[in-house]
Design a protein around this ligand. Structure first.
Ligand SMILES: Nc1ncnc2c1ncn2[C@@H]1O[C@H](COP(=O)(O)OP(=O)(O)OP(=O)(O)O)[C@@H](O)[C@H]1O
Ligand SMILES: [Mg+2]
Length: 260
């Protein structure tokens, strides 16, 4: 599998407190991964570093692995397209990293379709959102996204009327209009009904067919249903990594997290 994001030995301190401690991590193209860990483990800070909100004191964050053919050596060499530490938040977003925060921030008075339309246009042409029409490709993309986020039948409803879970999906859809390569999603299941949680699992699994997804979540049932590799963070470092069965039988994980 090709690696899409590679984080090498990053550390960051806030007023002498090490929130992230020599953390290395990677995710492949079209891979779905979950991160769990107790409050204050550094999960959100880790996402802040990837998206450029926080710059680490040490380490590297590389994005977009490619192999190039070296004519002189007659072999392939791996190159990284971008060092994210050199980029601003908006540059990182444009490279194809979308981030979903916990609280949905949809336009409550607009319809589902309009929400997707506005977020599609705003980065492409911020000045003329109101005067633009959709071209065929854009319309097709919105149709595809409506299917992916299970809101096809709700497209003409006012977003403010949606359930909490549906608003979360709409916000994921708004990120999808930018066609990201990597999605970072912080605690999507919080406040959802169990039915919505199950649907969210299906949505995230489907999205990973053509993009990479990192999900931070506390709900163990949810993480189990994702059926993906799980990373347990504790005090800014990786405590355990592997299948949910593997990490949840680790004694240290039981002690610091599951046994709380
Ligand atoms: N900007 C900041 N300034 C100072 N301290 C911070 C800052 N951001 C995070 N921290 C601290 O770093 C630690 C890690 O916080 P973080 O929010 O990453 O944890 P988390 O794993 O997301 O926790 P939770 O499960 O509660 O969301 C905490 O002790 C937090 O107080
Ligand atoms: Mg957090």
């Amino acid at each position: 599998m090709n690696t899409l994001l590679k984080v090498e030995k990053i550390s960051v301190s806030f007023d002498g407190f090490k929130a992230i401690n020599s953390l290395s991590y990677s995710i492949g193209k079209n891979e779905l991964k979950a991160i769990i860990g107790p409050n204050g483990a550094g999960k959100t800070t880790f996402m802040d570093i990837i998206t450029g909100q926080t710059k680490p004191d040490e380490g590297n964050v590389l994005f977009g692995e490619r192999s190039v053919w070296l004519e002189s050596d007659q072999k392939y060499q791996v190159v990284w397209d971008e060092n994210l530490l050199m980029k601003s938040e908006s540059q990182i977003a444009l490279l194809g990293i979308g981030r979903k925060f916990q609280r949905p921030t949809v336009f409550e008075l607009k319809t589902v379709f309009e929400n997707l339309f506005i977020s599609m246009k705003k980065n492409r042409n911020p000045l003329s959102v109101l005067f633009q029409k959709l071209n065929r490709d854009e319309k097709n993309l919105i149709e595809k996204i409506l299917g992916e986020i299970s809101l096809k039948n709700e497209q003409d409803r006012i977003a403010g009327e949606l359930s909490h879970g549906q608003k979360q999906w709409l916000e994921i859809g708004m990120l999808l209009t930018q066609e990201p390569k990597l999605l970072l999603i912080d605690e999507p299941a919080a406040g959802m009904t169990s039915n919505e949680r199950r649907q969210t699992v299906e949505i995230l699994k489907k999205l990973s067919a053509d993009k990479s997804v990192i999900v931070v979540e506390h709900d163990m049932e949810f993480v189990k249903d994702l059926e993906c590799e799980v990373t347990v963070l504790h005090e800014g470092s990786i405590l355990s990594e592997g299948s949910i069965e593997h990490v949840s039988s680790n004694n240290e994980v039981i002690e610091v997290y599951l046994g709380r």
